[in-house]
Ligand binder design. Sequence first.
Ligand code: CP
Length: 305
Amino acid sequence: MGFAGRSIISLHDMTAADLEVIMDTSGRIKAGRETGFLQGRTIAVMFFEASTRTRLSFESAIQRSGGTVIGFANPASSSQSKGESFADTISTVTGYCDAMVIRHPVEGSARLASDIASVPVINAGDGANQHPTQTFLDLFTMKESFGRLEGLHIGMLGDLKYGRTVHSLATAMAMFGARMTFISPHTLQMPDMIKRELSQAGVSFREVRQPEEAGDDLDVLYVTRIQRERFGDPQEYESVAHSFRVTADTIRGLGGRVLVMHPLPRVDEIAEDVDRLPNAIYFRQAHNGIPTRQALLGLVTGGLS
Ligand code: CP
């Protein structure tokens, strides 16, 4: 399926070939070979939940590609604060733009928006479910670093239960024959639904509790914070908060060559001494949000093919 007019809601709707198109297009944009492709197009960026990287990189991506941004960073400044429904907001804004980017705390909201809107909808994170555009920049950063995705061994550390970035990433890495080691406290394990999906696809994964149990052949240690905002019970959060911390010693213990990634924001799960190591690529990763989001917007609006 081509990209023009298509909503991007979940990695489950995508193929490895789709992901290759996004990475190749991102590479051309990063090399300066595609410009001005959102000229004359208006993109609505509507954030019903907090963000720094996703919102600002989308807005920067739109402006750098010649497009115009409308939207809001906080639902309190929209008519939702007067009682307007989500569905009515989408039915209205679809007439004001050529594509919309939505972050919402409720799982399934982006899918609902795509059922209502007549323009492409991009899911910028829906609850603990999916964060596809984070995965696009994660894949692009790994391919930029290793020249390939096939056969990489990736350790995913942290809150694998509520972390939407790792849910999308696991589905994507499975398409490239990656090996995965899931590292988390018992109560924050990767959801059974995703493990079942990986097993059915014949993907190799194992589960351990601490990074040092992951072995010394990891290519990537992908760290995530504990998602405090998703816990119903603050005591449940406190019982797992600060249960792991990646330091320079952790990196040495993993063989010293592993690249450390993180979708950010960081709380305390990576010590700041790691930032100075060549292994730490999380800020380059965040900056790759620009070409990958430019690529996606260009493709879904038909400005790029
Ligand atoms: N990685 C990510 O989604 O960051 P923000 O919450 O700051 O957008």
